[in-house]
Design a protein around this ligand. Structure first.
Ligand SMILES: Cc1cc2nc3c(=O)[nH]c(=O)nc-3n(C[C@H](O)[C@H](O)[C@H](O)COP(=O)(O)O)c2cc1C
Length: 172
C-alpha cells in the first residue's frame, strides 16, 4: 500500500466482527512492526501482550466496558518497562511512554496495512489491567487496542478531521 494511502486508511475502528479471527501470522506481522520501532538509546523498553483467550478477554473487557470493544477477538496491550527505559541526565525525563507510543503507532499502521481494524485506547481502568495481566511495579500499560475485522456493515470514515497544516506548522 502507498504510504499516503495507509496514513488515510488507518482509522479508529469501533466495530468488530466477533466471528472473524485474526490469524496468528497476521498478528505476528503486526507485532514485527512494533519490534522494529525506534526507541531512545535503542532500549526497547516494552512488552507486547497479545490476548486471544476467551477467558482473559472477558477480564480485559472489564477494564473498558464498551460493546464494540467486547466484540474484538484480539486485544493487544503495550506495556512499558520503566526500569529499562532511557532517562535524560539533565532533568530525569524518562522515555518509556514515548517509546511505547511509537511502538503502538507502528503496530496500528501495520494492522491497517493488513486490513485489520484497531483503535488506540487509553481510557481503560489501569488497575484492572495490572491485576489481570500480573504486571510488576516497574511495568505500566500505556496503550491497548482491539485487533479484528470490522463488521460487514462498517463504513470506513475515509477522511480525517484534522487541523489544516497552517494551524499546526510554524516555519522559522
Ligand atoms: C493517546 C490516544 C488515546 C486514545 N484513547 C481512546 C479511547 O480511550 N477510546 C476511544 O474510543 N478512542 C481513543 N483514541 C482514538 C482517538 O479518538 C482517535 O485517534 C482520533 O479521534 C482520530 O481519529 P482516527 O484515529 O480515526 O484518525 C485514542 C487515541 C490516542 C492517540
Amino acid at each position: 500500500m502507498e504510504y499516503r494511502e495507509l496514513l488515510v486508511k488507518r482509522e479508529s475502528v469501533r466495530s468488530y466482527d466477533p466471528t472473524k479471527p485474526v490469524h496468528r501470522e497476521v498478528i505476528e506481522r503486526i507485532l514485527e512492526a512494533g519490534r522494529l520501532a525506534p526507541s531512545a538509546a535503542n532500549r526497547q523498553p516494552w512488552k507486547f501482550i497479545v490476548v486471544t483467550s476467551k477467558e482473559l478477554l472477558e477480564k480485559i473487557y472489564r477494564a473498558y466496558e464498551r460493546p464494540w470493544f467486547h466484540d474484538a477477538p484480539v486485544v493487544l496491550v503495550v506495556v512499558g518497562k520503566k526500569n529499562e527505559a532511557w532517562v535524560r541526565s539533565y532533568d530525569g525525563y524518562c522515555s518509556v511512554e514515548t517509546d511505547a507510543a511509537i511502538a503502538m503507532t507502528a503496530m496500528l499502521y501495520a494492522a491497517a496495512n493488513e486490513g485489520v481494524g484497531s483503535c488506540w485506547i487509553s481510557n481503560f481502568n489501569p488497575s484492572i489491567l495490572r491485576e489481570v495481566l500480573h504486571l510488576s511495579d516497574s511495568e505500566e500499560v500505556y496503550a491497548i487496542t482491539p485487533l479484528g475485522y470490522p463488521k460487514a456493515d462498517y463504513t470506513p470514515k475515509g477522511m480525517k478531521e484534522r487541523k489544516p497544516l497552517n494551524d499546526v506548522v510554524q516555519w522559522m
